[in-house]
Design a protein around this ligand. Structure first.
Ligand SMILES: Cc1cc2nc3c(=O)[nH]c(=O)nc-3n(C[C@H](O)[C@H](O)[C@H](O)COP(=O)(O)OP(=O)(O)OC[C@H]3O[C@@H](n4cnc5c(N)ncnc54)[C@H](O)[C@@H]3O)c2cc1C
Length: 425
């Protein structure tokens, strides 16, 4: 982890929980006076809930500054947890505040819409939760046969409708509408967040850059290699991931994230390695050279972690397709001693034998490529005596990452020297 990663995550949580709602509460309280003083608590609860709903929408626009500071997995976790907390506060608001007519109806509709979407999203869109609860992950896998990821994305967007309903709800309340300072803040913040969302949707259609597929080939029966030429340079580093979409092809229009196996910045060429897992990835095999696509990025924290820690040695632990970001890292940091442990379910899923053979000619590079699980004790026994300056990067299934984080910590490696970037959020 970034030495200061925990600090940044904590700071952003504090900002969202305590600082962002403050000006809203202050301007509201100043204007409410004695009119509905007894209802202050439920009104405050509703106000905080709305601020967190807006924050949650803003996070869903994947701001690059937030990704490079705390990473998208931590950002999505914040997004999910403040949405849950907002529902709780909205419930308190609904129970405590008295209203009638359209005010009541809009508030009521918004609450139940928000509740329904959040319950749905906790199963289908909260990788931070499903990666920790096996039964929920199994339920998700089973239900995803019908509720495809694309359907989930569209249902998730109903949160925007719930937010607009709350916006109308507040504008319909006479004594709140009369508080000019609050209404300016309330309307301004809503407009800014919806503008950010609009820009995000625009980017989802345009990308940060257009690109062209130069080459596509199968590495085995499941995995494809795509070589892509970017029309303009992006700020990309080894270990990063980008989002790609093919707007001209039905079923491939939504942006999906993939890590960079290789970057040639001078030629603006990147290589992706993609396992055909579902709707989007399975269709890629039909693409032909020259196909145009859009790309956004780069995202990811591996590079920032390496820059922050300036390691003297690295251990790379890869499981299955998780190897991809670690390939570009192993290529770039040729001057650092690297022990690369890589396992997969079958021999033909151990990719790039030739690349590993090339790296193994370096004195400072050792690789263990293995079918099946790596022997935990063997890896622990091979840890260097001098652990200061050692950085361990993990990429693969979350169960594998949780296992290694636990055993490495037990072996005395400080947590900030171990970093894992998940392939699901
Ligand atoms: C940071 C990151 C880096 C990744 N790098 C690689 C890589 O280098 N190579 C590789 O093969 N795979 C990578 N993936 C996984 C890849 O993005 C998914 O396998 C792919 O998006 C699945 O889409 P699908 O429609 O084929 O499958 P689906 O059947 O729709 O979904 C399969 C699983 O992927 C999840 N998923 C689907 N769409 C998205 C999306 N847009 N964003 C996040 N999750 C999604 C679904 O929730 C589901 O659990 C990465 C994922 C992340 C988050």
């Amino acid at each position: 982890m970034l030495k200061r990663h925990g600090y940044w995550v904590g700071l952003i949580w504090m900002l969202v929980i305590f600082v962002l709602p403050l000006p809203f509460l202050q301007t509201l309280q100043g204007g409410i006076g004695g009119i509905v003083g007894a209802e202050w608590l439920p009104i405050a609860a509703g106000t905080i809930a709305y601020v967190w709903m807006l924050t949650s929408i803003y996070i869903s626009t994947r701001p690059q500054w937030l990704d490079r500071t705390i990473g998208l997995p931590a950002a999505y976790q914040l997004h999910g947890i403040i949405s849950l907390a907002a529902i709780l506060l909205a419930f308190l608001h609904l129970e405590g505040a008295h209203s009638q007519g359209w005010v009541k109806l809009t508030g009521f509709w918004a609450f139940y819409l928000f509740l329904g979407v959040t319950a749905y999203s906790l199963i289908f869109m909260a990788g931070w939760l499903t990666s920790r609860l096996n039964w929920l992950a199994n339920l998700k896998r089973w239900l995803e046969k019908v509720f495809r990821h694309e359907i989930s994305i569209w249902l998730h967007r109903l949160n925007l409708v719930a937010t607009i309903l709350v916006f109308i709800h507040v504008w319909l309340i006479d004594h709140i509408r009369a508080i000019t300072s609050f209404m300016i803040l309330f309307t301004g913040a809503t407009a800014l967040v919806f503008l950010a969302y609009g820009y995000y949707c625009y980017q989802a259609h345009q990308g940060h850059t257009q690109a062209q597929l130069m080459e596509i080939k199968a590495l085995n029966d499941q995995v494809l290699q795509l070589v892509i030429k970017l029309r303009r340079p992006l700020s990309l580093h080894s270990g990063d991931y980008i989002f790609i979409a093919f707007p001209e092809i039905a079923g491939l229009e939504e942006l999906h994230p993939f890590s960079l196996a290789k970057i040639d910045s001078d030629r603006r060429v990147v290589t992706l390695v993609i396992r055909q897992d579902g709707d989007f990835t399975s269709q890629l095999a039909q693409l032909s050279n020259g196909q145009s696509l859009i790309v956004t990025g780069g995202y990811g924290l591996y590079h920032s972690i390496i820059q922050d820690q300036k390691p003297q040695a690295m251990i790379l632990l890869a499981g299955g397709i998780g190897v991809v970001p670690l390939l570009s890292i192993a290529e770039q940091y040729a001057d650092l001693p690297i022990n690369f442990y890589y396992n997969a379910h079958s021999a033909n899923n151990l990719l790039y034998e030739d690349l590993f053979a090339k790296w193994e000619q370096r004195d400072n590079f050792k690789a263990v490529r293995q079918v099946g699980r790596l022997a935990t004790q063997e890896v622990i026994n091979q840890l260097p005596d001098n652990r200061q300056g050692l950085l361990i990067l993990i990429a693969g299934p979350s169960s594998m990452a949780h296992h290694w984080i636990r055993v490495l910590k037990a072996a005395g490696i400080p947590r900030h020297q171990i970093f894992y970037e998940a392939f699901n959020w």
